[in-house]
Design a protein around this ligand. Structure first.
Ligand SMILES: *Cc1c(COP(=O)(O)O)cnc(C)c1O
Ligand code: SF4
Length: 358
């Protein structure tokens, strides 16, 4: 049984070469080779076991696609992360919080990754960039929230994560909040061992935000991983990426959000796909995102309605987009649309307020 095996063994059995991939799936070696030459492939046996057929939503996230090389976008770093990095691997864009890249490894190299130019390159992040990041945070009192990202922070071994990252950060008085951004509860849930959950518990307040993109990813193994973290008192959130051919449908997205709540994961953001080279075949229109948001609000529990975020090019930051609920603003009253598309008049001046009730 896969669930009884150490996660390191599962990871070591990942499909990483064109030959192995061609043995398992009907794909041509010559179309895969140039893609993985540019952007590495890693599909661990757990995630592989969830793929049902070529082209399905899990396949699309994992199997290299020649479209990755046909993307004509010029920019490698559209969100200007490098320009906003005071030290390599640390992005300081907002006043009180930073993204701190502590690993370039992942349990699955997602084909839609916003940092696909960086993942899988071991030299980009190392002990000295981690130490420099911790030192920057220590010397910058404005930082009260540190978001560990990568790559996947939970690909670090427990000891390394605890001793070199979490303990030094927790020792900094102005760091109030720690967050871990990870995909492993979804892509390799065996990584969430009881030992890891117990060690993370001592760094409270620590939040874990996970990227689940499709209801089929919410398996019994993923549910167990999330239960371990939740039982250790760690609040769980989800940051879903809106992806064409994966979840760009109101029905699929609503089911995903509902199922997340059943495993105690609170939907936090749905991200519009970033303008990252090599991911164009996943990009949807902004209208599609807004259509999905209207299909959630009111139609299912507010607890599982996240915000739809667009990360502006050039480092402008994340901004929420909302469907237009206010259809007209008049001097005395606003015309507001309900979730089921009726118009309700809302009085906005004292004059009409009285007329309204008497
Ligand atoms: C997304 C992001 C954050 C965190 O944003 P929140 O809205 O607080 O979740 C912080 N810094 C950078 C550079 C980011 O991209
Ligand atoms: S796990 Fe995250 S960082 Fe790693 S490839 Fe997937 S999206 Fe990118």
């Amino acid at each position: 049984m896969m669930n009884d095996r150490p996660w390191q063994d599962l990871l070591a059995e990942s499909v990483t070469s064109a030959d192995e991939l061609c043995r398992r799936f009907p794909v041509a070696r010559k179309t895969v080779l140039p893609v993985i030459d540019q952007y590495p492939m890693r599909i661990n046996p757990y995630f592989l076991s969830l793929i049902r057929e070529p082209g399905d939503p899990l396949w699309r996230q994992a199997i290299p696609d020649p479209a990755e090389l046909e993307d004509t976008l010029p920019e490698a770093d559209p969100l200007a992360e490098e320009a906003q990095s005071p030290v390599p691997g640390l992005i300081h864009r907002y006043p009180d919080r930073v993204v701190f890249l502590v690993s370039s490894q992942c349990a699955l190299f997602c084909r839609h990754c916003m940092r696909k130019r960086k993942v899988g390159q071991p030299y980009a992040i190392n002990r000295s960039t981690i130490d420099a990041g911790v030192a920057y945070i220590r010397e910058t009192p404005a930082i009260r929230d540190v978001i560990l990202s990568g790559g996947d922070p939970l690909l670090l071994l427990d000891d390394h994560l605890v001793r070199d990252v979490l303990e030094p950060l927790r020792a900094i008085p102005h760091v109030e909040i720690l967050r871990i951004h990870t995909r492993v509860p979804c892509t390799l849930p065996q990584r969430i061992t009881e030992a890891l959950a117990q060690r993370l518990k001592s760094f409270t307040p620590l939040y874990v935000n996970i990227q689940f993109n499709h209801p089929a990813e919410i398996t019994p193994a993923a549910a167990r991983a999330c239960a371990r973290l939740a039982d250790a008192g760690i609040p769980l959130g989800c940051q879903t990426v809106l992806l064409k051919g994966v979840n760009d449908s109101p029905v699929v997205m609503k089911r995903l959000m509902q199922k997340l709540l059943t495993i105690r994961v609170r939907p936090y953001y749905i991200h519009q796909g970033d303008l990252v080279k090599g991911t164009g075949h996943f990009r949807t229109s902004l209208h599609k995102g807004l259509e999905i948001m209207s299909a959630l609000r009111g139609h299912t529990s507010g607890m599982c309605v996240p915000q739809y975020m667009i990360d502006l090019p050039g480092g402008g930051g994340k901004i929420p987009l909302l469907p237009e609920y206010v259809v007209e603003k008049r001097h005395n009253e606003w015309y507001i649309q309900t979730f089921d598309k009726k118009i309700v008049v809302y009085p906005v001046s004292d004059e009409v307020l009285h007329r309204f009730f008497y």
